[in-house]
Ligand binder design. Structure first.
Ligand SMILES: Cc1cc2nc3c(=O)[nH]c(=O)nc-3n(C[C@H](O)[C@H](O)[C@H](O)COP(=O)(O)OP(=O)(O)OC[C@H]3O[C@@H](n4cnc5c(N)ncnc54)[C@H](O)[C@@H]3O)c2cc1C
Length: 577
């Protein structure tokens, strides 16, 4: 792997951090009136010691975290990932054995104080907004996708923090923040993957009022814990009748010590990520929240966070692929010149450069949309305001609606394009790419899962289509957002043309009567929306930038929108009945 500081030597991330992200609105949403810093001054509570007093301090804090993480994973961990991946995992009679190097790598991240990125400072976490969490996740995954997932699992405490009882939060969350507990989410079963409303793992209350779970979950990442660190397995199980659908599902915390790990999968990639078959046999579970809300509320919230995390994982892997391709193309000579100067190869590199810029813009915009509603809602909740009142808050309503659309669109787009980037990066390596002599083979294997787990691309389309159709109605939130953002800059004629075609595509989709055909063209609608949204963000970037940066960003946005014009024009033909 190419070694350098994965934060401070990545010009695109730095440019976003220094110039494009509107930190004022994000820090204001996260810190409010900097109450945590005041708490530290007044009461000296250690947990709040790192709370910033103002915007500048917040930015300094985020930057120092990202620089430390970038240095650690880019310089110390990236050189050993190939060896760790080759050693892989071993399964021995219910126990999973991790390479020592991997345990040491996670320990280093923990010792550097960088592990609990999604946990609040109140419970021992870093206390940072989603957009900074996203950048951290992306940086780690550039070194190794499996490592990114391990850290994600160790941060699953966030769900317990949000929905668990006070006792549950106090018992488990600080341990997770300290790296003494791992997490796992157990939704999938052998017969039910995308079809989660029908899962059949059963939870029954015994005569003493304690819940016991029985059933088998498949493909559960870190269901086994991590080395000697056990997991809390957040499990979706049926408390209603077998045919009670989504409303019959509840959410439980189960300890990994109380289940049996029957096997781990032998996989194409992510060789350091344990994908476990988990057997529950009257395993004790603690109910999280209320019965009947397991899927519709708690799992959905957990999955939305995880989906953004997978988008960040794919972003990091795509960056790794691009860097490897760029390096190879600058060294390999054919026909008397380096292959980067051959038009067909150069075209692939340009595609990657442009897409990476667009993917990162959309990843950070989706993160922003969560930051702009979540923390405000949490603050109101802590003040004791009822949920139905919180839901009436205009800012929360607007950004929550947008975030619920932006998350599936971002997950679909980034993971699909990351696959294409890894494909092209391997192609640029020629026959060498197909060998294990270069890192691209591992990258290619690792990225393949990103558009499958946490909901396949097809399921992200199912999750996004309704939000696009209602959001693009005459007074819809998405239309308002797009037009408001477009009005802030002077958008190009190309973008206006794209926006018009998008509306025609939506109109055709809405007019379609044949339900089967309608479902089959949902992808074209979501793809068209994604490209219009990203094209706008790229024009916004160019508009904010100055000097030569503006010129190069402009070139990227012009090329991106030109490509979009070709795609949307053909989508318009495809959606016609
Ligand atoms: C490495 C790995 C790690 C994983 N980690 C976890 C984990 O930690 N926890 C967990 O709970 N699960 C985990 N999973 C499971 C993963 O989320 C599922 O594999 C995924 O959601 C797809 O389910 P499935 O494999 O059963 O495919 P299926 O649901 O059988 O889908 C097969 C195909 O049909 C399509 N399809 C199905 N239904 C629809 C529909 N309504 N509309 C359009 N297309 C549809 C799908 O898109 C797909 O192309 C993991 C899987 C892997 C491989």
């Amino acid at each position: 792997m190419i070694q350098n500081n994965y934060f401070s030597k990545n010009d695109d991330i730095l440019f976003h951090f220094n110039n494009l992200i509107d930190w004022k609105e994000i820090v204001s949403s996260y810190e409010g009136d900097f109450e945590d810093a005041k708490l530290y001054k007044e009461k000296g509570l250690e947990a709040y010691a790192m709370a910033p007093n103002n915007l500048e301090e917040a930015l300094e804090y985020y930057k120092s975290l990202l620089e430390s993480l970038g240095e650690l994973v880019g310089m110390e961990i990236s050189p050993i990932v190939k060896e760790m991946d080759e050693i892989g995992l071993k399964y021995d009679n219910g126990k999973v054995i991790f390479p020592k190097l991997m345990e040491e790598a996670i320990q280093k991240i923990n010792q550097a104080g960088l592990l609990p990125y999604s946990i609040s400072r109140q419970h021992g976490g870093l206390g940072i907004p989603v957009i900074v969490q996203t950048i951290m996740s992306e940086i780690v995954s550039r070194a190794d996708g499996a490592l990114g997932i391990t850290l994600g699992c160790m941060n699953l405490a966030e769900t317990v923090e949000k929905f668990g009882s006070t006792e549950m939060v106090e018992e488990y969350v600080p341990k997770m923040a300290a790296g003494e507990l791992c997490g796992a989410m157990a939704l999938t079963e052998p017969n039910y993957g995308s079809d989660l409303p029908n899962i059949q793992t059963k939870a029954v209350k015994d005569k003493d009022g304690n819940w016991k779970l029985t059933g088998t979950k498949r493909f559960i990442t870190h269901g086994c814990g991590f080395g000697n660190i056990p997991s809390i397995i957040l499990t979706l199980a049926r408390t209603g009748s077998p045919t009670s659908g989504a409303r019959g599902l509840s959410f439980f915390l189960v300890k990994s010590q109380d289940v049996h790990i029957a096997a781990i999968e032998k996989k194409m990639g992510l060789h350091l990520s344990p994908t476990c078959e988990v057997v529950y046999e009257n395993s004790p579970g603690i109910l999280i929240g209320n019965e009947g809300y397991g899927l519709v509320k708690y799992s959905m919230a957990m999955m939305n966070t995880a989906r953004l995390n997978i988008a960040a994982q794919a972003m990091g892997i795509a960056q790794a692929a691009y860097e490897e391709a760029r390096k190879y193309a600058s060294e390999r000579e054919q026909f008397g010149k380096t292959i980067q100067n051959i038009p067909a190869v150069n075209k692939m590199l340009k595609f990657m450069d442009r897409e990476i810029s667009g993917m990162r813009s959309v990843l950070y915009e989706a993160s922003r949309s969560i930051d702009l509603y979540l923390w405000r809602a949490e603050k109101l909740k802590h003040k004791g305001i009822e949920e139905k009142e919180i839901k009436k808050d205009e800012q929360i309503r607007r950004w929550e609606k947008l975030a619920s659309l932006f998350t599936p669109v971002t997950k679909y787009y980034i993971t699909e394009v990351a696959n294409k980037i890894a494909y092209d990066a391997l192609q640029i390596h020629g026959g060498s790419g197909y060998t294990e002599d270069y890192d691209i083979a591992k990258i290619y294997r690792d990225v393949r899962i990103t558009n499958i787990y946490e909901g396949t691309t097809q399921l992200q389309v199912v999750g996004a289509i309704g939000g696009i159709i209602s959001g693009m109605s005459s007074s819809g939130a998405v239309r308002n957002y797009l037009e408001e953002e477009a009005n802030k800059i002077s958008v190009s004629g190309e973008w206006s043309k794209l926006y018009k075609i998008l509306q025609e595509i939506i109109q055709n989709y809405t007019n379609t009567k044949d339900a089967f055909f309608k479902d089959s063209i949902a992808f074209e609608v979501v793809e068209s929306f994604a490209r219009v949204w990203i094209g706008l963000l790229m024009e916004r970037n160019a508009n904010i930038a100055q000097g030569s940066a503006r010129e190069s960003l402009k070139v990227l946005s012009v090329d991106y929108n030109k490509e979009s014009l070709a795609i949307l024009s053909s989508n318009l033909v495809r959606v016609a009945a």
